[in-house]
Design a protein around this ligand. Structure first.
Ligand code: DQA
Length: 148
């Protein structure tokens, strides 16, 4: 059983901690990566953690993951609401996929209420702050462990 998972982050998340902290909090993406690594290693999972402001790079990482990983946690950020291309890429994967949003997108502007990615995600966490990432990793670990 492959024990590798990917955590993928979309545009503007490189500015986490500086960007609208009243919405996204004060933790940086490096803090999120450290928390994800600690959680994954405690669960015996290997982790690849990426962020990009470019849609094609996220698609390329999904393609990479479909070859060598057992699950994806993805915060597609603004691409959530626009990207059929990321949805199509995720639809090529057969393992569990969890969508994470730091903020509760349903409490925000109407245009954030629709997610293309939710059309494929096995679960969605929104509004749990950056803790949503580690919760999603825990769920992935449970599903991976249950696989024959
Ligand atoms: C976000 C919510 C999106 O609507 C927004 O475009 C983001 C971040 C979140 O984590 O709350 O960039 O995905």
């Amino acid at each position: 059983m492959r024990r590798l998972i990917y955590v993928l982050n979309g545009p503007n998340l490189n500015l986490l901690g500086k960007r609208q902290p009243h919405i996204y909090g004060h933790e940086t993406l490096a803090d999120v990566e450290a928390a994800c690594r600690a959680t994954a290693s405690g669960l015996g999972l290997d982790l690849r953690f990426h962020q990009s402001n470019r849609e094609y790079e996220i698609i390329d990482w999904v393609h990479e993951a479909r070859e060598d990983a057992s699950g994806i946690v993805i915060n597609p950020a603004a691409f959530t609401h626009t990207s059929v291309a990321i949805l199509d890429a995720l639809n090529t994967c057969e393992f569990p996929i969890f969508e994470v949003h730091i903020s509760n997108v349903h409490k925000r502007e109407e245009f954030r209420h629709h997610s293309f990615v939710s059309g494929r995600a096995d679960g969605v966490i929104a509004g749990f702050g950056t803790q949503g990432y580690t919760l999603a990793i825990q769920r992935l670990a449970t599903l991976i462990a249950a696989q024959p």
